[in-house]
Design a binder for this molecule. Structure first.
Ligand SMILES: Nc1ncnc2c1ncn2[C@@H]1O[C@H](COP(=O)(O)OP(=O)(O)OP(=O)(O)O)[C@@H](O)[C@H]1O
Length: 432
């Protein structure tokens, strides 16, 4: 029997205006459907457009092009049957738990007595019975997110959109809450007919979803889809789950090889540098070089050794591949000859190699260095650099990318940065 579509997106395009007024394509011809009875997980690198897609589906922002329907009706504003859960919980601190949960019903004009009854029932369902009078600040992170979920569920949503709902929680709390959600779903304790989960966590996607969709970046496009035909609850240690995690790691990193090593994306100034730091880059390199991996590792196995999250590891792999220190192929990572030399090198040589690779492979770093060499006083303000980056990304992202470029450049002794004046300079001894 074919399942009915609850939501459908066909040929969705979305651009945002960059700081210089030009349009930047964020979603490119995205087709997507959520069918009745399924949980779909959406994976993709930071900035690939996952949240934008979610917001379009919820009717919070319009697409530029394409057809979006919910239960065969065009989406042209907030959709009553769709509720969202946010990573940041998004609770009002001055309202009690009960009042926060009732908010969604108030907006629908539900009378006070019924609101109270329904909020009580959903708080009980989500394990917060007796906490209705508490203020958010009195709750742990896990309990706050339970309130966030209760607020979404109280409206009996047909569709639930979860935007990294578990990622702000510690691993154990996140897992417990995820399992509780799955229990509600499996035993039909909630009326929700379809769930879309945006995540950075491959294990989470495999444990929850019937289908995993991987979004590519710059611009965001559906790159591939993996069906998961395993009954829930799933055993995280089972061979089937481990094999799927392996497969998805492979698919995700194929994207990384494509995006970060050979793709056009890295060759311009607006390339979003992977958000990772030197100690992680070097930590992963050392681990990879060491026994039992001896220079080549299966990514999920390496992930277990590092105890870092996928959100921390993927940018680190991208950085290693970008800087020519490792290559990634089909779910394996291997040290390059340069990567091996790097591991063996002393601190000074490591910094030199890092700087050399940075100048060769990161246009933003070579741009800064070139400008410094051409400046009469060997110094450059950060403001024009930020403006330049804002042509390609949002203000906060531009700030972060510049911070990364500064951190990496200082380490590689390519340039210096004065935190008091906000100016970049050539390192001592490099001035003419
Ligand atoms: N309101 C906006 N104005 C301008 N650009 C935006 C806006 N919202 C998103 N973008 C850009 O669209 C791109 C996709 O952003 P989005 O938040 O959808 O990505 P994401 O995959 O959810 O990222 P993350 O995993 O980091 O949350 C980003 O490069 C971002 O700069």
């Amino acid at each position: 029997m074919t399942q009915k579509n609850v939501m459908q997106l066909v040929g969705v395009n979305k651009s945002f205006k960059a700081a210089d007024g030009t349009a930047r394509l964020v979603l490119d011809q995205v087709d997507f459907e959520l069918k009745e009875g399924e949980i779909v997980a959406l994976l993709g690198k930071s900035g690939s457009g996952k949240s934008t897609l979610l917001r379009i589906m919820a009717g919070l922002i319009p697409a530029d092009q394409g057809q979006m329907t919910y239960r065969d009706r065009a989406i042209d504003g907030p959709v009553a049957g769709v509720a969202m859960v946010f990573q940041s919980f998004a609770l009002f601190p001055w309202l009690t738990v009960q009042q926060n949960v009732e908010l969604g019903l108030e907006a629908q004009g539900v009378p006070a007595a019924e609101r109270e009854l329904r909020a009580d029932a959903v708080l009980e369902l989500i394990g917060l019975a007796g906490f209705g009078g508490a203020l958010p600040r009195e709750l742990s992170g896990g309990m706050k997110q339970r309130v966030g979920i209760a607020r979404a569920l109280v409206t009996n949503p047909d569709v639930l959109l979860m935007d990294e709902a578990f990622s702000a929680l510690d691993v154990l709390t996140g897992e417990t809450l995820r399992n509780d959600m799955l229990d509600l779903w499996e035993h039909s304790k909630i009326s929700t007919k379809g769930i879309l989960v945006v995540s950075h966590n491959i294990e989470e996607a495999v444990m929850m979803a019937d289908r995993v969709i991987i979004l590519g970046s710059d611009p965001g496009r559906v790159r591939c889809e993996v069906k998961i035909d395993l009954p829930r609850p799933r055993d995280v240690e089972s061979l089937e789950v481990r094999t799927l995690i392996d497969e998805i790691y492979g698919l995700m990193t194929m994207r990384h090889v494509h995006d970060a090593s050979v793709g056009e994306a890295t060759h311009h100034l607006g390339y979003r540098l992977p958000d990772t730091d030197i100690s992680r880059i070097e930590g992963v390199l050392d681990l990879l070089a060491d026994s039992p991996f001896n220079g080549r590792a299966d990514l999920p196995q390496l992930a277990q050794e590092t105890e870092l999250s996928d959100e921390e590891l993927f940018p680190t792999y991208e950085a290693l591949s970008l800087l020519g220190l490792a290559t990634i192929d089909q779910g394996d990572i291997s040290l390059t000859p340069l990567g091996s030399r790097y591991v063996e090198a002393d601190k000074q040589n490591k910094q030199e190699l890092f700087g050399q690779q940075l100048l060769t492979h990161v246009p933003l770093a070579s741009h800064i260095r070139r400008h410094l060499e051409n400046e009469a006083n060997g110094s450059l303000a950060e403001a024009p650099l930020l403006e330049l980056l804002e042509e390609f990304m949002k203000e906060d992202e531009a700030k972060r990318v510049l911070e990364i470029a500064i951190e990496w450049g200082r380490y590689g002794e390519v340039y210096e940065y004065d935190y008091h004046t906000g100016r970049l300079t050539l390192p001592d001894g490099d001035e003419d």
